[in-house]
Design a protein around this ligand. Sequence first.
Ligand code: CP
Ligand code: NVA
Length: 332
Amino acid sequence: MKVDLYNRDFLKLLDYTSEEIRYLLDLAKDFKKKKKQGIAHRYLEGKNVALLFEKTSTRTRCSFEVASYDLGMNVSFIDSKSSQMGAKESIKDTARVLSRLYDGIEYRGFSQEIVETLALYSSVPVWNGLTDEFHPTQMLADLLTIEEKLSRLDGVSLTYMGDARNNMGNSLMIASAKMGLNFTACAPSSLFPSPALVEEAKKIAAKSGGSVTLEEDPAEAVKNADVIYTDIWVSMGESDDVWENRIKLLYPYQVNSSLFAKAKDDAIFMHCLPSFHNRETRIGNDIASRFGINEMEVTDEIFESERSVVFDEAENRMHTIKAVMYATMKKN
Ligand code: CP
Ligand code: NVA
């Protein structure tokens, strides 16, 4: 059956079938080719999109902006400090106002419930640019990158090291389950994804031929890995006070050369970014002075190695976000 995503929201991969995800990946590949060949694709000329950010961003914001410009659209960037959103105007009212002015709305912020409410009251497509629970546009970029590097998704073993109950752990588990990857979350059990979501992911994986495993032992978790993935140890919106405990819990799960030596010889390293792999950031430097560690979730050696595909991944954010906007805004 032909995939038609016109007017759909893009809030989490749980809402999308494997066929629909496949369609978005193929569309992104096509847009990437066109961009590289300098072939114009201003298919949404004159449309307007609103980009709502209650948390900071480099990749997601810039990807939505550049993808919009490439498609011939105009964008407004709106944050909670300089708009009425949140403080003086509810999400429900914001959704109804912005739907009268714009043809699509991106939202990055706190609970998944907020983006779901925004979508419920919006008459135009809403795209999730990251919530505490999910980061679905990042998933498309990651799947595209894996396919480009390993020439397949089916049967790829992906091990996620770190805080596996955050947006990235949850999303990678669902994305893997949908697309037939073997997903392993490696963390202390207190940082495993919620049992309900794990159950759901296992049911999905049973249909796709993938698998979902929770593992506390790093050596065991990476022994068959094609992809080793990690994320920062403390996510946006969490209190500064959690750093000490999180470092204690996650230091044994750092991605470094001794861990990489236990994976497959051609395993690749992935990270959604930003990353604390040296002292060259304000927070990285502050943590180094407070806790005496110069590198956190990944060592600089692995981050800068030829196994690392993090900048391909970052570029693919734009091509895949373009596919999502196009597919949900363009009437066939
Ligand atoms: N990976 C990602 O979402 O990056 P930003 O926070 O810079 O958007
Ligand atoms: N888990 C991270 C992802 C950043 C892209 C965060 O939410 O801050």
